[in-house]
Write a protein that binds this ligand. Sequence first.
Ligand SMILES: Nc1ncnc2c1ncn2[C@@H]1O[C@H](COP(=O)(O)OP(=O)(O)OP(=O)(O)O)[C@@H](O)[C@H]1O
Length: 282
Amino acid sequence: MPYLQLQNVSKGYGPASNRYEVLEDVNLSIEENEFVAVIGFSGSGKSTLMSLLAGLEQPDAGTVKLRGEVVTEPGPDRGIMFQNYSLLPWLSVFQNIEIAVKQVFPEMSKADRKPYIQHYIDMVTLTGSEWKKPSELSGGMRQRLSLARTMAMKPEVLLLDEPLSALDALTRSVLQDEIIRIWEEDKRTVVMITNDVDEAALMADRIVPLTPGPSATLAKSFPVGLSRPRDRTTLNFNPDFKKLRNEVSGFMLDLNQEAKSLRVSTEYRLPDLKPVDLSQAG
Ligand SMILES: Nc1ncnc2c1ncn2[C@@H]1O[C@H](COP(=O)(O)OP(=O)(O)OP(=O)(O)O)[C@@H](O)[C@H]1O
């Protein structure tokens, strides 16, 4: 039995007269402790897919199952990190993490909680910003805070929606390593959305492309056979890495080309009208 499973899942928005089908017949089986990277184009439905896995949205057709049980609502076993960070603006960095930790670990004493939270603040290098409000943070700092909060909740399944997209290259690589470390040490299951093929190949066990929308679906998976630990400095010279990167990038470009050609076929030609200067007429 797969650990986390999407079976024939479809999801759309809007009334029947003006319906937008986002996902159609999506199937995915994820094993426990697997690290899956979903890549796709902007607007193709990646965040919708995450909301379905988290139980925040329900599919129109098909089922989402965790350990064989149908997912009907969000739960502490699935921690989602949103693209918009969803931080509480009236709380500080520390308090934003604290509120989540209190909810998940109500039995943790105050004395234990403080160093526990500080550990995650340090992990995402927000040390010194503990008492700043989200409005006082840069976009990248907010993203790191959101990641720290999700990690501190230690969910069984980490659902990460472009967790590192707003970060500079250096911070990004530090946090890539942290996510891998937490995934390995704590034996979590990770579904991560990224638009970076190199990041997907560096981190994941499997790369799953989402086809362009509307009616997006998951395409064939690309297993990442590279041994761990993966060293980003030598990976660029690894022929298996280069081959995988070319395969996935080529596949995505072909998908995009295919989607474009479909879009062209539904374009309407406008009549060739010439404007008339009415002030000069008659
Ligand atoms: N609640 C909603 N109501 C109506 N339409 C929605 C809703 N949520 C998403 N959509 C539409 O569904 C499509 C997919 O959106 P989604 O956010 O899942 O894509 P995405 O791949 O995550 O995009 P991006 O990479 O740009 O964040 C978009 O066309 C979006 O406008």
